[in-house]
Ligand binder design. Structure first.
Ligand SMILES: NC(=O)c1ccc[n+]([C@@H]2O[C@H](COP(=O)([O-])OP(=O)(O)OC[C@H]3O[C@@H](n4cnc5c(N)ncnc54)[C@H](O)[C@@H]3O)[C@@H](O)[C@H]2O)c1
Length: 263
């Protein structure tokens, strides 16, 4: 997809990677830019700067997502690209047991990282399928392919996000629907909170601008996996080639790491 004259919606657009995407999309010449975020004030400030439109929405609210898509279609004629980018990070609690986060944390991760992507697809697909054209970008994480120590709820729901994206691509590819999953390791955003990123930071911390650059390239090439840290490709191959050895390597990595501290 070439972004010129397209209409793009970005959730979690008011900070970090989402803001990087919004700025880059504007520079690439989109004709409609919708910035959606729980933080309505920051979304509105960015929309004023980028000549976009902002929505204060919680992506867990299906009716709000549907309303935003309907209004965008009415104003701009269509949604060409919906970026489900909003996300949260919770570290495992207690003694860093994989089960230690309380149920409400698991539920919130599930709703933001998976259900929100389903709500976006449900809202956009009817018009996209009518036009036989449309694109979904899901900001996932390398943790969705490779897991990440100390963050079981995050890693598990990010895997589920990949699962849904695969279903979307397989079921609707013949209807003209394209899907990409953005899977970076550490990126310098509020989510990282000025830390070294723990295991996610071992291959370096990218800026949101570098990630946005990789996204534009990935969208142009219509790649299912967009991997701004190129090492992730080899790690993913290693996992597929020998699962047992990969688990062993990850256990070794975990033992070598200090549990991260919350920002
Ligand atoms: N920063 C990293 O190292 C990194 C690495 C891999 C993947 N990611 C993913 O990138 C995406 C963006 O994260 P970021 O690093 O830019 O973090 P960030 O904290 O800077 O931005 C996240 C944005 O999402 C918004 N948000 C959170 N919950 C929301 C909700 N329920 N409804 C609407 N908006 C909501 C926040 O208000 C914030 O503006 C996330 O999905 C994250 O999991 C981040």
């Amino acid at each position: 997809m070439d972004l010129r004259d397209k209409v793009a919606v970005v959730t979690g657009g008011a900070s970090g990677i989402g803001t990087g995407l919004c700025r880059k999309f504007r520079a690439e010449g989109v004709r409609g830019l919708v910035i959606a975020d729980l933080n309505g004030d920051a979304a509105s400030d960015l929309a004023a700067e980028l000549d976009g439109k902002s929505y204060a929405v919680d992506v867990r609210d299906e009716a709000a997502i549907a309303r935003m898509v309907t209004e965008t279609e009415a104003e701009f004629g269509q949604v060409d690209l919906f970026c489900s980018n909003a996300g949260i990070l919770n570290l495992d609690e207690g003694e860093f047991w994989a089960t230690s986060s309380p149920n409400d944390v698991w539920q919130r991760n599930w709703e933001i990282h998976v259900m929100a992507h389903i709500y976006a697809a449900r809202a956009c697909l009817p018009d996209m399928m009518r036009r036989r054209d449309g694109y979904f970008l899901h900001t996932v994480s390398a943790a969705g392919l490779l897991t990440q120590p100390f963050t079981a709820a995050y890693a598990t729901t990010k895997h589920a996000a990949i699962g849904f994206a695969e279903s979307l691509a397989i079921t609707h590819g013949d209807h003209g629907i394209k899907v990409s999953c953005l899977c970076p390791q550490a990126v310098d955003t509020a989510m990282l909170g000025g830390t070294d990123g723990g295991t996610a930071g071992l291959d370096g911390i990218l800026s949101p601008e570098q990630v946005a650059e990789a996204v534009v390239q990935g969208l142009r090439e219509e790649c299912f996996l967009i991997l701004p840290h190129e090492q992730v490709h080899q790690y993913h191959l290693n996992k597929a080639q020998n699962y047992n050895r990969w688990i062993g390597g990850m256990r070794k990595l975990r033992r070598s790491m200090r549990p991260p501290t919350l920002p």
